[in-house]
Design a protein around this ligand. Structure first.
Ligand code: NAP
Length: 302
């Protein structure tokens, strides 16, 4: 049996990726509606779940030892220091995990012959463009997190996969969808920024495509998001509507009106055009509204 090692296996994406690679459906998955062979039905792999406590990617010797012992065929590298605002205050930690940690994974993969699929971010772009970003646009990150994740991309060999995604929300982990569902049900006022546009993406959909790209060993950069673009305000309105409420209770605000202000600047436009998938007729990702509606149902079931 082939082996796939998943870093960050305890994170919201890592948990769903492990499900998919084990042939199971993560919560909220689009069961029966996606090309099963390509998304969500991967078989023949033993999945090694490298959670943070088992494998700290900043420890070079630990990474080398783990990869030399396990000898994975594929590494899905989803571990990262993801607290975007904290990265502004702790640049060394951000780079230690996201850039040096990826260097360690890459070195071990090279030495022991593993294929790497790295998860990257829309925040490698500055957001100044007035159109969606394609895979071949030149990154220009404006936050420490974005710079450190780009640093991780720079550690990859050209024949590996870099999967850039955005605005993740899954059933297991803290995220925007859970925050809005909770605030709405608690009757709290909803003020949401309307001047950042991106591609909301549910982890169950991404996990299928990521698992497929990794196990098929598709080289190069891929933008992988749910289809369609939105502002956070659009997303919050949709969530309230799905919960049976009046979307007009969601008040739009600007990023500068956020209280407290966020430490890290966000790209105003981080919409990712999934051009590499689309032009290869592989754009199987559902609309973001479809994904978030499934996620809300999954949250109620768990
Ligand atoms: N969330 C988003 O909106 C978003 C958008 C674009 C791209 N991404 C990328 O998608 C990937 C998955 O993100 P996510 O949302 O699933 O984040 P997450 O829930 O924070 O998962 C990241 C995981 O990495 C682990 N980790 C942190 N430092 C580590 C270290 N030194 N060694 C090993 N593991 C470590 C974390 O463990 P602890 O919790 O124990 O620290 C956590 O389990 C990341 O590469 C992220 O950069 C995320």
């Amino acid at each position: 049996m082939r082996k796939v090692l998943v870093t960050g296996a305890g994170g919201q994406l890592g948990l769903d990726v492990c499900d998919v690679l084990s042939g199971e459906m993560p919560p909220g998955a689009a069961v029966g509606r996606l090309p099963a062979a390509k998304m969500g039905r991967i078989s023949g792999y033993e999945v090694i779940r490298a959670t943070h406590d088992l494998l700290d990617i900043t420890e070079r010797s630990v990474v080398m030892e783990a990869v030399s012992t396990i000898r994975p065929d594929v590494i899905v590298h989803a571990a990262a220091y993801t607290r975007v605002d904290d990265c502004e205050h702790d640049q060394d930690m951000a780079f230690a995990v996201n850039a040096v940690g990826t260097r360690n994974i890459a070195e071990a993969a090279r030495r022991y012959g593993a294929y790497v699929a790295y998860v990257s971010t829309d925040y490698v772009f500055d957001g100044a463009s007035d159109r969606p970003y394609v895979e071949w646009d030149i990154p220009s990150p404006i936050s420490v997190y974005g710079r450190s994740k780009l640093g991780g991309e720079m550690e990859l060999d050209g024949e590996w996969s870099a999967v850039r995604t955005s605005w993740l929300c899954g059933a297991r982990g803290g995220n925007f969808v859970k925050a809005i569902v909770g605030a709405y049900r608690d009757g709290k006022p909803l003020k949401v920024v309307n001047d950042q546009r991106g591609c909301p993406t549910v982890t169950s959909d991404l996990a299928g495509m990521l698992g497929w790209i990794a196990t098929e060993r598709l080289p190069g950069v891929f933008h992988v998001t749910n289809r369609g673009a939105a502002s956070w305000w659009d997303v919050a309105r949709f969530i309230v509507q799905e919960l049976g409420g009046d979307p007009n209770i969601v008040q739009p605000i600007t990023t500068t009106e956020l209280d407290p202000p966020r430490a890290a600047p966000r790209p105003p436009n981080s919409v990712l055009d999934n051009m590499a998938l689309r032009t290869a007729d592989m754009d199987y990702m559902p609309d973001w509204q479809d994904g978030i509606a499934r996620l809300i149902r999954a949250l109620d079931e768990t």
